[in-house]
Design a protein around this ligand. Structure first.
Ligand SMILES: [Zn+2]
Length: 278
């Protein structure tokens, strides 16, 4: 498992499966993966969660979950993406990876979600609808909750909608908006465009800073290819402004950036206008 540090804070990059994607899901000629393609020319992208160990244990995003095929289908079908263009490549690994970090689901203090697409919240509820993280404070972006759950859009399957609604109504999950401290080390920062409530998370430690960018960026090259977005961004102009904000921060502060699907779970910096991996 990959880890990186932000001062004395450690971030473990956890792969909870991966999927193949036709590379034209990006709006420009940017390589989304490592350059390797399957027989259909599709790139393989990991589904990443981030386990931050500091004054408390924080998990950013919750993977594909116990039904990874169903999770992918719930994203692909409403967008009209057929199976030739998107498919499951690898299965779930969040639980074993957390165990490798020495923690179980019940030891997570906070689970915060970048947006309510099924590949980012899969393990919030188990197949029987019960919460997976028994002791965690679960934080959901209000803009996405209102858009997908209250709006009953098919990107969040009905069973997941019902489970999220039950978690919110019982106080097991809280809705947030605006910039907000998640823990001493993690801050939620609004980053809309991909979805209405899309959020990125700044991790700080000892004067250093990193940015967990969710689906605001799919690959490091987008740090200096700001016109290249995701074809399925709900508000492309807003998504571009969000990429600008991330790139400005990366350039001015040499902030390390990692997205929810960066190939190999790599991090990237923008140094003198060049994208530097690591
Ligand atoms: Zn995603």
């Amino acid at each position: 498992m990959k880890t990186f540090t932000v001062g004395s804070t450690t971030v473990a990059v956890i792969e909870d499966g991966s999927f193949f994607m036709a590379p034209d899901f990006l709006t420009g000629p940017v390589e989304p993966g490592t350059g390797e393609r399957d027989e259909h020319g599709r790139a393989c992208l990991p589904v990443l969660s981030f386990f931050v160990t500091g004054s408390s244990t924080v998990l950013v995003d919750a993977g594909l979950g116990p039904d990874p095929e169903g999770a992918l289908r719930s994203i692909a079908t409403p967008l009209g993406i057929d199976q030739q263009r998107m498919g499951l490549a690898g299965n779930a690994g969040l639980g074993p990876a957390l165990a490798g970090c020495g923690v179980g689901y019940d030891a997570i203090d906070v689970v915060c979600i970048s947006h309510l697409h099924a590949d980012h919240m899969g393990w919030l509820v188990d197949v029987d609808g019960s919460p997976v993280f028994g002791n965690a404070e679960v934080l959901l972006p209000r803009g996405d909750y209102e858009y997908f759950v209250v709006g009953q859009l098919p990107q969040v399957p009905r069973a997941a909608c019902d489970a999220l609604r039950a978690m919110v109504e019982s106080g097991r999950a809280e809705l947030f908006d605006g910039e907000m401290a998640v823990s001493r080390e993690v801050t939620a920062v609004p980053a809309p465009g991909h979805t209405p409530g899309h959020t990125i998370f700044a991790v700080t430690g000892d004067g250093e800073r990193a940015m967990i960018a969710g689906d605001a960026m799919y690959c490091p090259a987008q740090l200096n290819e700001l016109d290249v977005g995701g074809r399925h961004d709900i508000d492309p102009a807003l998504a571009r402004r969000t990429r600008e904000m991330i790139a400005r921060e990366a350039a001015e502060h040499r902030t390390r950036t990692v997205g929810g699907h960066f190939a190999g779970g790599c991090t990237a910096r923008l140094i003198d206008g060049c994208v530097v991996i690591g």
